[in-house]
Design a protein around this ligand. Sequence first.
Ligand code: PXG
Length: 441
Amino acid sequence: MPADIAATRNSLNSYWMPFTANRRFKANPLLLVEAEGMYYRSEGGRSILDGTAGLWCVNAGHGRPQITEAVHQMLRRLDYAPSFQISHPLAFQLADRLTALLPGFEQIFFTNSGSESVDTALKIAIAYHRARGEAGRTRLIGRERGYHGVGFGGTSVGGISGNRKAFGPMLGDVDHLPHTHNLAANAYSRGEPESGVHLADELERLVALHDASTIAAVIVEPVAGSTGVLVPPKGYLRRLREICSKHGILLIFDEVITAFGRLGAMSASTFFDVKPDLITMAKGLTNGAIPMGAVAVTGEIYDAFMRGDESAIELAHGYTYSGHPVAAAAAIAAVNIYQDEQLFARAAGMADYWADALHSLRGRRHVIDIRNLGLMGAIEIEPRQGKPGARAFDVFQRCFDKGVLIRVTGDVIALSPPLIVEKEQIGQICEVLAEVLASTS
Ligand code: PXG
């Protein structure tokens, strides 16, 4: 065992790990030490097929030399440039590249993560209404089972009780739409489920309750990722769009997972042909290589701020590392790869094969639902009596032992391979899952 890995094994105590059962992990650590293409290498030297693109972010596969080279060169040329009142060329170039990929969006605000993108979008939404003279529109509407990162804004509009309950009252002016998950009506839907468009009408109920003049924005993940790949019912997003437009409410798509090809298109907005007013992104933006997030807004939103005194700061918001040169270099290289290799179209072309492979697991032990869209997938399994999540965690551990990385959330197995995945690798993921499900109690 190399000395650095041995040293890590001997000192697991200082690192407080995020969203992890620290004591369980430290009793049985899983350490990855290298990655290339579709595979990780574990500390024991085993090859692990990446069924999750890291955490939904390594869309072009691991270790892409173009990104490494771009980062390397940028670090040597310009390690950092201040982001307030001064900038550097790559931030502008990247913003141009992104708006070209997102028809109808004209400006990009840079952040460092999905959580920051979400809080940025929520703040822009509230400030936009104020800039237009509707300062009363401060309420934010999220959705049950939504995940929007871990800032106070994102946690407040998020709909996961376990993520909220320890942290006090959150933002005050928040309400939630019902989630769209309905096993009784929609189990084993291929792609978008048939039933549930009426759940978007719940927004009318919230508007009637609070009055539109108090509501700034609705934020949803087009496909809820973290809570188990909840695919929106047919027509649902379009209906939400219509109701938002009718009442002057901004619609935010949180595309931290769905942007950059996960559904076989640049964005879920393109995929569903429903245009929100703001789009949050992160993850695939740099192929996971360097932290970076972004918020795309329409020209109408930007223009609402560009009035009055030209020497005044229009939006009192931003980060030391907004548009960081090294992150921007990584993002431009990632976007080049996505375009040169046509990876979004590749994902679209693989989506049917992916759906067939996943749905072939129907009828296996414990399985109660299978969901898919683009190159996202989920297998929901029956929880063990009184022990939610325990069976799925066992499945995760056993898949890892058999050389396949999956992700589990509650009793849902979530899958999101890099967009470069080959058919044989999809086959391997499903074979290992079938074996593991059969042998797990
Ligand atoms: N919005 C959405 C829709 C996300 O999926 C965030 C915001 C926050 O991004 P940051 O970069 O601040 O973590 C996310 C993050 C999982 C998993 O396995 C999902 C995320 C992060 C970690 C794990 O479901 N999504």
